[in-house]
Design a protein around this ligand. Sequence first.
Ligand code: SF4
Length: 375
Amino acid sequence: MMSFVGILDSLALRKSELIERFERLIAPTSDCELEAMAQTSRTLTTQNFGRTMRLFAPLYLSNECINNCQYCGFSRDNPILRVTLDVDEVVAEAQHLARQGFRQILLVAGEHPKFVSGNYLVECVRALAPDFSSISIEVGPMDTEDYVPVVEAGAEGLVVYQETYNRGVYAEMHTAGPKRDFNYRLDCAERGYSAGFRRLGVGALIGLSRWQDEAIALAAHLEHLFKHCWQAQISVSVPRLRPAAGGFRPVFAMADREVVQLVCALRITFPQVGIVLSTRERAPLRDALGLIGVTMMSAGSRTEPGGYTRQGREHLHRTVRGRIVAAEYQDGEDEVATGQFEISDERSPAEIAAVLRRCGIEPVWKDWDQALCGA
Ligand code: SF4
């Protein structure tokens, strides 16, 4: 399969017609033009997805990590409270989510081959598969042959955000650990596809470089994946950086209005792409984007392992520069693992579902295909 690496590296010189059109769609625009874009986007979303919203929940398995990413609270050098849930604890967390109605789950973990091994992921997925119609993973990139058993255990989705498509900024942001390998990460979606994943999620963290540059590279990545991974459902996300442990602040801002424009531009350019929005964004913006182009939302999220039911408290520990020390609690610190970032939309899944219904959007808690079969 042809790698996206060469296309990305020549993007400044050569863009497809589709990407040139996308670039025009994200250029500064009047209110009138943006309103017209929003209407087109809304129509295309309804045509391709109906008036539905897939609801999913992230389940953090572990916040151990051997990488240092300047913007992330889980970075190795941050002296935070860490834990890796054992499989029973993962199941307990998942049951809590199932009781809230979720049947689509995203397993999230930092990158740590010792704690978050391929076998561990297989065991987690296997334990959850009977109760969830859609399981996706968002963990450190792996080789194709290591993905295969995870797919066989029942995972169908792979989410890997490039974070930034700018090589220079990427090198500055990722100062230690295997994540420094930009190209290995860039080709991850295709490796996952070869292993059998049939939902692929890509994205860029907004705030590390100019959002317009990230968006163009991301759109080119989408175009590439639609061409080469045509049997998969492709989704995209453009999370704006949130405050996290370590104190990193976004370098480049993106206004709400620009987020709306970007979602519209993605929808108009890729009518079939799933657009994912997390609880990083505030409730009013989420509600507005739900009407315009977003098709998948997380709800009621916690970003710390054990965050739903306080699992894993017994083996919490602190790490100092990667070394484990006893978990002594600092003033005001709760006895739970540290979260990845702050949540903005604190509403419960039921509240979010009710708001969607009031807007005429049907929340979908489980996998489309199975829902259609009445399973
Ligand atoms: S972004 Fe991912 S890889 Fe980087 S420190 Fe956070 S959890 Fe680890």
